[in-house]
Design a protein around this ligand. Structure first.
Ligand SMILES: O=C(CO)[C@H](O)[C@H](O)COP(=O)(O)O
Length: 221
């Protein structure tokens, strides 16, 4: 089984959490793209979606699923999104696709966050995947210097701006032993819009696809 097939199987397994008649929150990335495609036969059950990126919005609209603003939708019962890394507490690194800010907002506004991924994303400790941090343009160098003080090596994501018009610093070399503390520390740096560490709002359920099939994990809390 390829990594992409693992993503697709995880996405397929998430369909059973759909709540017919209720709007759904939709993340961003190749795993979520599978999930959106798999929604086709269920679209009459989905009145609307709140989307975390322009890319997911375009894909949802192409399928005929109306996309609404979060302010209009209110709180959501279900949010489905991928991740770049997850630990056993279902704390995540997200933002490889650059949609971390809207993803964090929708996750916060949702009662259930189902994370779908291929099994390679489950790691003993977060931090091998460079941690994305969205920053306001004028604060880029200042935030980078503050991150060096925390032991990370920031690298500007070249040729990339988020859907919000901001750059991303990818932080290398962090072994994240205390995700809750690090999320708070980085979030406090002036000029940081969002850090792609989802520790204060982890996933509620993790669905992993791999050669041995699909496994579902609840957070060890
Ligand atoms: O956080 C994300 C986008 O901002 C994605 O969920 C993350 O990058 C995983 O992507 P993929 O499903 O393509 O592996």
């Amino acid at each position: 089984m390829t990594q992409d097939e693992g993503k697709r199987e995880a996405a397929r397994a998430a369909l059973k959490y759909l709540r017919p008649g209720e709007p759904i929150g939709i993340g961003t990335g190749s795993t979520v793209n599978h999930f959106i495609d798999l929604l086709a036969p269920h679209k009459s059950d989905i009145p609307a979606a709140v989307s975390s990126s322009e890319a997911s919005t375009a894909r949802l609209k192409a399928l005929g699923i109306p996309v609404v603003d979060l302010n209009e939708a209110g709180s959501l019962s279900l949010y489905v999104d991928g991740a770049d890394e997850t630990n056993r507490h279902l704390q995540l690194i997200k933002g490889g696709g650059g949609a971390l800010t809207r993803e964090k907002i929708i996750a916060a506004a949702s009662r259930m966050f189902v994370c779908i991924a291929d099994e390679s994303k489950l790691v003993p400790a977060l931090g091998k995947f460079p941690l994305p941090v969205e920053v306001l343009p004028m604060a880029r160098s200042y935030v980078a210097r503050e991150i060096v003080k925390l032991g990370g090596q920031p690298e500007l994501r070249a040729g990339f701006t988020t859907d919000n018009g901001n750059p991303i610093l990818d932080i290398h070399g962090l072994r994240i032993e205390k995700p809750l503390e690090l999320e708070q520390q980085i979030s406090m740096i002036a000029g940081v819009v969002t850090v792609g560490l989802f520790a204060h709002r982890p996933a509620d359920l993790l669905i992993l696809g791999g050669p041995k099939g699909v496994q579902e994990l609840k957070a060890a809390r």
